[in-house]
Write a protein that binds this ligand. Structure first.
Ligand code: MN3
Length: 248
């Protein structure tokens, strides 16, 4: 499909009734940094139920991620998660003015449809924002210090996360997670589960995730998931990852 300019895209999205992110005051921001942090973490980076506009044109991440994959991924796969999530929310009487995170934290109390689509919507909203055309090549500051403390080095973190992404059997996500023990760990979840969910084996606050469903890479990379993962690192938006880390 033809490239859509950012401006046209935003206009189109606005016409489609896309809502803005729900911004709530951060409890933790009111507390002294690093003290009394409660798990699950509460911060001001909340997710609504509507799909947000893609923060860049479809071709912005080329050659790592091609425009056609981005178009189909965003407009077909991800938008269906949002649509189906809202159907489930209506059926199960979920207040959609509240953050989606509230549902994910107790997802065991809801239907499989809510779990699959609530996870699917959250994971993709995070995924788009975690990438960028002018992404920084490296993390800095507090985030880099934490990575070096918990992994030994940035390269070792990338190695462990790459391994988690490569070895996730079937469909799922690989994550860099901040756990309740206040440590960064690399791991993965199946399907559209994520570390916010009470049913997840890997629990914590996701700083970013790598989508390893075939729909995320098959058009360009076919069966070569490792090549896709290698190229993902080139478009990772470390500024946004740092913003998430600093918000906890
Ligand atoms: Mn996907």
């Amino acid at each position: 499909m033809k490239q859509t300019s950012r401006r046209n895209f935003i206009e189109k999205s606005a016409k489609a009734g896309v809502a803005t992110l729900i911004a709530l005051p951060s409890l933790n921001s009111l507390m002294a940094a690093g003290s009394n942090t409660k798990f699950p973490f509460s911060n001001n980076l909340k997710t609504g139920f509507d799909q947000q506009p893609l923060p860049y044109p479809y071709n912005a991440l080329e050659p790592s991620i091609d425009a056609q994959t981005m178009d189909i991924h965003y407009n077909k796969h991800a938008s269906a998660y949002s649509k189906n999530l809202k159907e489930a929310a209506v059926a199960e009487k979920v207040d959609m003015t509240k953050p989606l995170e509230d549902v994910l934290h107790k997802i065991s109390k809801y239907s499989v449809k809510m779990r699959n689509n609530g996870g699917g919507h959250y994971n993709h909203e995070l995924f788009w924002k975690s990438m960028g055309a002018n992404a920084n090549a490296k993390p800095t500051g507090k985030l880099l210090t934490a990575i070096e403390k918990d992994f030994g080095s940035l390269d070792e973190m990338k190695k462990q996360l790459t391994e988690a992404a490569k070895t996730r059997f079937g469909s799922g996500w690989a994550w860099l997670v901040f756990t309740k023990d206040k440590k960064l760990v690399a791991g993965s979840t199946p399907n559209q589960d994520n570390p916010l969910m009470d049913i997840a084996e890997l629990k914590g606050f996701p700083l970013f995730g790598i989508d390893v469903w075939e729909h995320a890479y098959y058009l360009k990379y076919q069966n070569r998931r490792p090549d896709y993962i290698e190229n993902f690192w080139k478009v990772l938006n470390w500024n946004y990852v740092a913003e998430r880390f600093n918000s906890i």
